[in-house]
Design a protein around this ligand. Structure first.
Ligand SMILES: [Zn+2]
Length: 280
């Protein structure tokens, strides 16, 4: 299945480096959610230069897919208990609490105070917005799935927006916009991140975290979940740096981290450049 040397006629979308075939699949690998995609065909391409990987296949995980995510196979209606279970994790084993701790320390160190208006894009079950609210931050949760949105309103009690990020209108500005494990699921991540500029004031900050393909490959091999079909892109630190630059942001911090759950993650903060003009 694995052919490390097959070269292909396509360049890396982030650094223009050469891509090669890292793996190809005729069946979903063990552990991947079965989306009933028939016939299954997929291959992983990896950039020799920046270490980024892309999933190449015929399936569209389009806007409808994410509008129905929580009513579909992944969570099977156990949303409330799942939310409670994640919320009750102690700090040492909670990815969400440690994420919030990291973000709040960074922002308060940078600006001297907590951000007054936050937008969390792709909130899922709403655990992260719940932690922001607990800390007294004002957070709006944007989530394309209506079932998840209703749950966030009910269980968390923050303002929700039930739409896709690329379709938002007349909201903001926000001092902080967070994308927690979101941009690996979108087809055009550069336009997606660039769209946040319209919602940020001068000195506004974006926080992005994505699965770390390089660390996952090194530690768990090609079968690890970071490479599953629902991720269009599997980032390296270098490719996430390219993404921030291509979207016109100035990087403040970029780092690899192993989360309490064992997930390998790359996370970073960036801000609007001082002389930024919004070109889209
Ligand atoms: Zn590259």
């Amino acid at each position: 299945m694995v052919n490390l040397e097959e070269k292909i006629n396509r360049k890396c979308g982030f650094c223009r480096g050469d891509l090669y075939v890292l793996a190809s699949y005729k069946y979903p690998p063990k552990g991947e959610t079965n989306f009933n995609l028939e016939p299954y065909w997929r291959r992983l391409l990896k950039c020799r230069q920046c270490g980024h990987s892309v999933n190449q296949h015929r399936f569209e995980f389009d806007t409808d897919f994410y509008s129905n995510l929580y009513s579909a196979s992944t969570y099977k209606g156990q949303l409330r208990s799942r939310f409670q279970k994640i919320m009750s994790l102690p700090f040492d084993s909670s990815d969400n609490q440690q994420r919030f701790d990291f973000i709040s320390k960074f922002i308060i160190e940078l600006n001297g105070s907590a951000p007054s208006r936050c937008l969390d894009v792709g909130s899922g079950l709403g655990v992260f917005p719940a932690l922001l609210k607990e800390a007294g931050w004002t957070c709006t949760a944007l989530e394309p799935d209506p079932i998840a949105c209703n749950l966030i309103s009910e269980l968390v009690g923050v303002k929700t927006i039930n739409t896709h990020f690329m379709n938002v209108k007349n909201i903001g500005p926000f001092d902080l916009i967070t994308f927690n494990k979101v941009i690996e699921h979108v087809r055009n991540p550069v336009s997606f991140v660039k769209a946040s500029k319209k919602l940020l004031p001068p000195r506004g900050i974006v926080y992005i975290e994505v699965p770390d393909g390089e660390m996952a490959l090194k530690n768990n091999g090609i079968e690890s979940e970071e490479f599953f079909i629902e991720h269009f892109d599997i980032y390296s630190k270098k490719s996430l740096e390219c993404l921030f630059n291509m979207a016109g942001f100035e990087i403040l911090l970029l780092q690899n981290v192993t989360e309490p759950s064992g997930k390998f993650t790359i996370r970073g903060f960036a801000k609007m450049p001082e002389n930024s003009t919004i070109d889209e």
